[in-house]
Structure formats: C-alpha cells, structure tokens
Ligand binder design. Structure first.
Ligand code: F6P
Length: 319
C-alpha cells in the first residue's frame, strides 16, 4: 500500500482534527502518501482531494471542528454515488481509506469495503453511541461543555429558586445526559434507554422542596423529548417555576480535552497500522484502555449500551 486517504463525515466532533493529524503523520512516518478528502463522502464523489504533508496538519491538534470539513451525503447512500466514489479513489490511486465519523459514516465505509475498497473507521461523534468502543472522539469534550453549562445554570436556578430542564444532544443515545447529569449533580436524568416515570420525578421534586432544596436540575436527552415540552409538563404538575435550556450545537464545538486529543491520536495511529497490516472493513475502538478493532458487519449490528450501573447509581445519589 502506497497511498491512503482520510475523510471526516457526519456531525463534527472535537478531536477529529487530532485524529486527522495522527493518520497523516503516522502514514508519512511509514512512507505512505496521505490524501485529505474534503467534505466527507460528498467531497469524495466530487474529487475534492488534496495531498497532505506533515505541515498541513500542524497547529490543529487543539482546534475543534474538522479542517477537512464534513457533510451528510444522501447521494453517497445510493449505488451510483458509491460507484462515483470508487472511481475517484481509483483515479487518485488511493488504496486505503480512513473514515472518521459516527454510525452513518461507518455504514458508508462498510459499503465501500464490500465493494473491495480497504477501509478503517475511527469513531468520532459527541454522542458516544457506537458499540465496541468505550468512548468515541468528542464525547469527553462535549460532556465538559455541558458540565460548564449545568454549573452556570445551577447558580441562577438557586438565586431564583427555580427548576431547570436542560436538554442535551445525543441523538437516540443517553450517554451525554447520563455522564453530564451525574457529574453535575442533577436531580433527575432522563435518557431514552431507561423509560421515565413522571410520578416518580414529580415526587422527587416535591420531596426535595420539602427538605429545603432551593433549585432542581433535570437533564434530559434530546432522544426522549423536547426539553421545552418536558419543562411545561413539570411546571403544570408541580406548580414550580420551571425554565428550559436547550444547549444545542455549543456541545459540538470547542478545543478538545486532553482525553479526546490522546484518544484521537491513538485511534488515528492504530487505523494506519491496521491498513498496513491488510485489515479492512473494520472499526477501531478503545476498551478498558486497550485499542481494539472489530468488523463493521459485527459492530454495526450491535448498539452501544449505557452502563446500567451508572443509571442505577444516578438514581440512588441524585436526590
Ligand atoms: O451526532 C451528533 C449530533 O450533534 C447529535 O447529537 C444531534 O442529534 C445531531 O448531530 C444534530 O445534527 P445537525 O448538526 O445536523 O443538526
């Protein structure tokens, strides 16, 4: 293998740049030519491809977003789109492709690998919703952003003796809400993986008020329902003055944490090693601090699970 390509796809995540940097530099270290593919699969089909050198990934390890830009492409999901992408790879002589993204991006890489293209996927999404890896790149930075917001909201919630509902991202997954809610001392954490009981939540709020609590914070994952709607229900059922705060895309930005930079560098380097060993159609991940790889066909057939012990703990200590 002489020439590889790297792209970022789907929603951006802090640490994607660190992963791109690791792929480019590790590839060059091993004598490969590395090509950056801009705007994800869309850019691949359109031939937005440039040769990278060591300097082209300088000064990016600390930057959020992705210097390669990203996109969600409908055209690439079609057989015609994939044919175009394969033609482009052949035109540029790219023999191996590293795809940094989430579940949808991995499905794209899986399709290419079934058509003979050597691909490796690196999990990059704030949602932490990919099976076979304890963490995805960007999750740690996102929960640190959420925790800063929760701490700030807590100040104003206490001053006004209000209840706050904070809606966080995560698509259909609850990890952002669970981790940030636990770290932020939220009174209730509502996630798609654990159906909620409204009576219990209301009872908890009423008891907390009786004990003299000046505020309450409820963290809700977007995959459950709108935080604004949930706040309205809480206000109607408790009579407490309730506000909603939807954190939105702020969770996707910012300089990656040390954890995300290191994770991205390790996974990026490992992806190149695997391509050089001839592994294809696999994703890389981290389990108990060890790098692993797994076949897309197996990995994508499973969904990431929240830690039931953490869900239970949150219930027991978030009063
Ligand atoms: O997958 C990352 C994510 O931020 C999800 O948490 C969220 O549901 C979605 O992307 C938002 O997508 P968009 O940026 O296209 O609105």
């Amino acid at each position: 293998m002489k020439r590889i390509g790297v792209l970022t796809s789907g929603g951006d995540a802090p640490g994607m740049n660190a992963a791109v940097r690791a792929v480019v530099r590790k590839g060059i270290y091993h004598g490969l030519e590395v090509y950056g593919i801009y705007h994800g699969y869309q850019g691949l089909m359109e031939g937005k491809i440039k040769k990278m050198d060591v300097g082209s990934v300088g000064d990016i390890i600390q930057r959020g977003g992705t210097i390669l830009q990203t996109a969600r492409s409908e055209e690439f999901k079609t057989p015609e789109g994939q044919k175009k992408a394969i033609q482009r790879l052949e035109e540029f002589g790219i023999e191996g492709l590293v795809v940094i993204g989430g579940d949808g991006s991995f499905r794209g890489a899986q399709k290419l690998s079934h058509q003979g293209i050597k691909t490796i996927g690196i999990p990059g999404t704030i949602d932490n919703d990919i099976a076979f890896t304890d963490f995805t790149i960007g999750f740690d930075t996102a929960i640190n952003t959420v925790i800063q917001a929760i701490d700030k909201i807590r100040d104003t919630a206490t001053s006004h003796e209000r209840t706050f509902v904070i809606e966080v991202m995560g698509r259909d997954a609850g990890d952002i809400a669970l981790w940030a809610g636990l770290a932020g001392g939220a009174e209730s954490i509502i996630i798609p993986e654990d159906p909620f009981n409204m009576d219990e939540i209301v009872d908890r709020l009423l008891k907390a008020k009786e004990r003299g609590k000046k505020h309450s914070i409820i963290v809700i994952a977007e995959g459950v329902m709108s935080g604004v709607e949930f706040a309205k229900k809480i206000q109607a059922l408790t009579g407490f003055e309730t506000r909603a705060s939807v954190l939105g895309h702020i969770q996707r930005g910012g300089s990656p944490t040390v954890f995300d930079r290191v994770l991205a560098s390790r996974l990026g380097g490992y992806a190149v090693e695997l391509l050089l060993e001839g592994v294809t159609g696999h994703m890389v991940g981290i389990q108990s601090n060890r790098l692993i790889h797994e076949d897309f066909d197996i990995a994508l057939a499973q969904s990431h699970r929240v830690d039931p012990g953490m869900v239970q703990l949150a219930k027991e200590i978030s009063l």
